[in-house]
Structures are given as structure tokens and as C-alpha cells.
Design a protein around this ligand. Structure first.
Ligand SMILES: Nc1ncnc2c1ncn2[C@@H]1O[C@H](COP(=O)(O)OP(=O)(O)OP(=O)(O)O)[C@@H](O)[C@H]1O
Ligand SMILES: [Mg+2]
Length: 206
């Protein structure tokens, strides 16, 4: 049983996940919540080591299957050693990317199959799902303009990022779990206020 609140932020590169995670952290802390900010891939010492492999731009020959398994492996460690303990003590967990990112990138954009990739992560996390998911919907051209890094995912083709963007839209449209889709081309402040409006009823129950 978990007592905290598990919130995932999803979207393509440059959608504003990290920006909004930090803004939400400040807001929630000002309301008195214990907030645990974390990210994927990574979030624990072991998962951060796996992250370094996953995002290493000098690796050019990683099979898609290896990529999918490494994401799932890092997620298993993260769910078990960081997210579950935080939820057990009642914290609000803000997770910058989670299972849906694997479904969009490896399942859809890499073409490994969305059902298979989702099932892999559900197995890896023993079905630890977010209580609420925030999808930041960014058009691929805006995403390209905002991209800051040169990691192994960011340097994929424009076509790849278009597939990612469409995949997130499809995932959100098909989702039966609590979520919101926010237009990430709005101002940073507008995006935050849309998210907070959606989260308020959940926070009042905490
Ligand atoms: N709503 C917005 N309007 C304009 N610029 C924004 C908005 N949100 C974020 N940005 C800017 O876009 C850049 C990328 O934002 P951010 O790092 O939060 O994205 P991200 O989703 O975390 O990206 P990544 O997937 O690469 O980690 C930053 O320079 C940020 O200031
Ligand atoms: Mg980020």
C-alpha cells in the first residue's frame, strides 16, 4: 500500500518537464508537502550508472532491445529503491519521465511494440503506476528549438522526434488512468497553472 502521491511528467525533449518539475516542487513544498524530485533514466546510484550508458553519444551500435532492457533495468531499481520508499512515508514524488517515455521512445519510435515495452516496464516495477501523469505536448519543431543537450536520444533524427511526439499524443488519448495533457507551447507560467488546477483536487485528499 502506498500513501503518498506519485506524479509523472512526460513529453518529448524540451517539452518543459524539468522546468515544470522544479516549479511544482517549490509550490508543493510551500504547501508543506515532502516532495521527492526524481528523474529517469536514473534516480538511484545504480540507475544513474545505467543512465550514463543509455545517453552516451559515443555508443552508436546499441541494439534497440538493449536500450529497452536497460531502461527497464534502471526503472526497476528506481521504483524499488526510491519511489516506493518515498510513497510509503507519504511523500509526493515528482518523476521526470517514467514508463510512458519507454513506450513512446522504444515501443513506438524505435518500433519495438508499445504493448511489449509497456509490459516489460510493468513487470520491472511490479506494476507501480503513477497516480497522475502530466503530458506536456510539444510540437517536434518547438522541441528541436528547445533541445539543449547532445545526448544519445537528443541526436536522433527529426523524424524520430516526430514519432515520439505522436506516440505521446496516442498514449495520452488511450490512457484510462488519471492524467492531463497540457499544451507546452503556452508560457511557462500558464503551463504551471494548468497543472496546478488539475492537481489541486488530488492534493486536497492527501
Ligand atoms: N513553456 C515554455 N515556453 C518557452 N520555453 C520553455 C517552456 N518550457 C520550457 N522552456 C525552455 O525550454 C528549454 C527546455 O526545457 P526543459 O529542460 O524544462 O525541458 P525538458 O522537457 O526537461 O527537456 P529534456 O527532455 O531534454 O530533459 C529550457 O531552456 C526552458 O527554459
Ligand atoms: Mg529535462
Amino acid at each position: 500500500m502506498t500513501t503518498g502521491l506519485f506524479i509523472a511528467l512526460e513529453g518529448g525533449e524540451g517539452a518543459g518537464k524539468s522546468t515544470q518539475t522544479e516549479r511544482l516542487r517549490l509550490h508543493l513544498e510551500s504547501l508543506g508537502f515532502e516532495v521527492v524530485v526524481t528523474r529517469e533514466p536514473g534516480g538511484t546510484p545504480t540507475a544513474e550508472k545505467i543512465r550514463n550508458i543509455l545517453l552516451d553519444p559515443s555508443i552508436h551500435d546499441m541494439p534497440d532491445e538493449t536500450e529497452a532492457l536497460l531502461f527497464a533495468a534502471s526503472r526497476a531499481d528506481h521504483a524499488e529503491n526510491k519511489i516506493r520508499p518515498a510513497l510509503a512515508r507519504g511523500a509526493v514524488v515528482l518523476c521526470d519521465r517514467y514508463i510512458d517515455s519507454s513506450v513512446a521512445y522504444q515501443g513506438a519510435a524505435r518500433g519495438l511494440g508499445i504493448d511489449r515495452v509497456r509490459a516489460l516496464s510493468e513487470w520491472a516495477t511490479r506494476e507501480l503506476h503513477p497516480d497522475f501523469t502530466i503530458y506536456l505536448d510539444v510540437p517536434a519543431d518547438a522541441s528541436a528549438e528547445r533541445m539543449e543537450g547532445t545526448d544519445r536520444m537528443e541526436i536522433q533524427s527529426a523524424d524520430f522526434h516526430i514519432r515520439v511526439q505522436q506516440a505521446f499524443r496516442d498514449i495520452a488519448a488511450a490512457s484510462t488512468r488519471p492524467h492531463i495533457v497540457v499544451d507546452a507551447t503556452l508560457s511557462i507560467e500558464q503551463v504551471t497553472s494548468e497543472i496546478l488546477a488539475a492537481l489541486t483536487p488530488l492534493l486536497e485528499k492527501q
